[in-house]
Structures are given as C-alpha cells and as structure tokens.
Write a protein that binds this ligand. Structure first.
Ligand SMILES: [Zn+2]
Length: 147
C-alpha cells in the first residue's frame, strides 16, 4: 500500500515458484505468488481481493474463481472423509465399531468444509497459477490475467 495515495502497489514477482512449491503454498494457506502466511485473509472466513504482502489479486480476471475454490473444498473434505473411514476401519478390523466410524465421518463431513475454507481458496489459486501460467505483464504487477 502506498501511504501517500492510498493505492495498493502490486509487487513484481521475479522468482515465480515451481509447480510443487505452488501447491505446497496453497495447501498451507499461503499466497501462491509470494508465500505470505496471511495471503488475502483478514479472518478465517473473511478475505480481501488482494494479497496483504504482494498485492496480487486471487481472481486473476476470473469472475467464477469461487467455483474452483468450492470444488477444491469438496475434494479436500471428501478426501478427509475417505481417509478417516479407511484409517478407522483398518485400525479396528475385524471388529469395526460402525457407530463410532459413522460419528467420526459425520464430524469430518460437518466441520471439514469450514476447516478447509481458507485452504481451498489458496489451493485453487495455486492450481490456477499451475494451469494458467502468469503473463509477463501479470508477473510485473501491471494487470490481471485475462481469460
Ligand atoms: Zn502474495
């Protein structure tokens, strides 16, 4: 942020991260562009349009960005659900406590979407940057990607 004009300054990215690093940043709720820990979140469920540190927008010119983030959230939640059931069944076989497994799976299904909410956005941003590589203009901070 430029204190004199109040305008957000977009920091140029000179060392764009590799694809595995993009995913690692996305999975750990960091900005895929710069790796900032807060990324574009002001709270667990509140976000702003641009990253606190680098100023890059998460949408990148895509108005339907949230659909990808919701898809990432569904994949993360169902993956956790599958892992929970699989681990509990493997640990307790052959006498599987069906009610306990169902309660654990229900808890993951109920709280998983809220827990994965911010990660789903940063992960989708990383996947988006993986699939749609940034243009030189976007890397220099002069504009968002166009579709
Ligand atoms: Zn950033």
């Amino acid at each position: 942020m430029d204190p004199s004009s109040g305008q957000l300054i977009v920091r140029p990215v000179s060392d764009f991260p590799s694809r595995p690093r993009l995913l690692a940043r996305g999975l750990t709720r960091r900005c895929a562009w710069c790796g900032d820990r807060k990324a574009y979140f002001t709270g667990w469920f509140k976000r702003q349009e641009r990253c606190h540190a680098c100023g890059h927008a998460y949408r990148r010119g895509d108005e339907a960005f949230e659909l990808g983030a919701i898809t990432a959230n569904i994949i993360l939640t169902f993956g956790s659900l599958l892992l929970t059931v699989l681990v509990l069944v493997l640990l307790t076989a052959p006498d599987v406590p069906v009610l306990g497994v169902m309660l654990a799976a229900g808890a993951v299904g109920l709280f998983g979407p809220a827990i994965f909410y911010p990660v789903s956005f940063t992960l989708w941003q990383a996947v988006d940057l993986w699939m749609r590589r940034p243009t030189p203009a976007e890397l220099s901070g002069e504009g968002d990607a166009t579709l």
